[in-house]
Design a protein around this ligand. Structure first.
Ligand code: TYD
Length: 241
């Protein structure tokens, strides 16, 4: 096709420049069903790493930045109704793109260990599996909007669907009145969470180098021990007491 004179050339390459390959820190993500105990384990791990004098940033998705937290409120609020799966997908990535630019990449460039509660694997599991959008649009958007930034290690906390969801629902019910109501996903049925879990297991099987499956059904202290050992090996940290 001939181009008219004077028209700008079509842009053929994506204009994304992220310092993905240049960072000095470590990017570790936590994944799993709602109520599987991620937050507790992340805090415990952060304490261990900090006790070794390491600089740790604990953050979460959706959210992590001021803009991201506004998007989170919209996404998780039970008052948000009729959101289409594609709009949900786009909002998850809007929050993530901001998070990467504003917080994750600068922290990694600074040499920090970034512990992130959920990342693109959540989108593949919840929107790809749960909402049945499939993995292809999730992975394509990740390449375009996130410069394909990959965690060095992902801890996938595997748990029972019924047990996890009941725990998450209970937690949301007991939240204070003034706190925002974050239960939109917990309202989904068991079949939804069954698809989420299957999608998680599939991506873990596909990406064995990065994703480590941890059985989260045992005691908190046992799970913590396993996670510390995995992280220690991955980051080649010295063994303390
Ligand atoms: P989170 O606060 O981590 O929930 P929990 O503490 O119960 O595990 O995550 C919020 C919800 O958002 C959770 O139900 C999963 C969902 N979610 C997605 O559906 N897609 C995504 O990409 C992300 C990051 C989260």
């Amino acid at each position: 096709m001939r181009r008219e004179r004077g028209l700008p050339k079509p842009v053929t390459k994506p204009v994304i420049i992220l310092p993905v390959a240049t960072h000095r820190g470590h990017f570790i993500t936590f994944e799993g069903l709602d109520g599987c105990g991620k937050s507790t384990q992340m805090e415990k791990l952060a304490n261990v790493l900090r006790a070794q004098g390491l600089s740790v940033l604990v953050t979460r998705e959706p959210g992590g930045t001021e803009t991201g937290e506004k998007i989170r409120k919209l996404l998780l609020d039970t008052a948000t109704s009729g959101l289409s799966p594609m709009a949900e997908l786009a909002l998850m990535f809007a929050s993530r793109a901001q998070h990467i630019k504003e917080l994750i990449c600068p922290a990694l460039a600074d040499g920090k260990i970034v512990l992130c509660d959920r990342f693109t694997d959540s989108t593949e599991a919840y929107q790809g599996g749960g909402r049945k959008l499939g993995s292809a649009p999730v992975l394509a958007l990740h390449r375009i909007l996130c410069g394909n930034l990959q965690p060095e290690l992902t801890i996938l906390m595997d748990s029972d669907v019924a047990h996890s969801v009941e725990r998450a629902r209970r937690r949301n019910r007991t939240r204070g009145k003034g706190e925002s109501h974050e239960g939109r996903f917990e309202q989904e049925n068991r079949a939804f969470f069954g698809r989420v879990r299957n999608a998680y297991l599939a991506l873990a099987a596909r990406d064995k180098q990065r994703v480590v499956l941890v059985d989260a059904r045992g005691a908190v202290a046992d799970t913590h021990k396993k996670i510390v050992e995995i992280v220690r090996r991955k980051l080649k940290l010295a063994k303390t007491a």
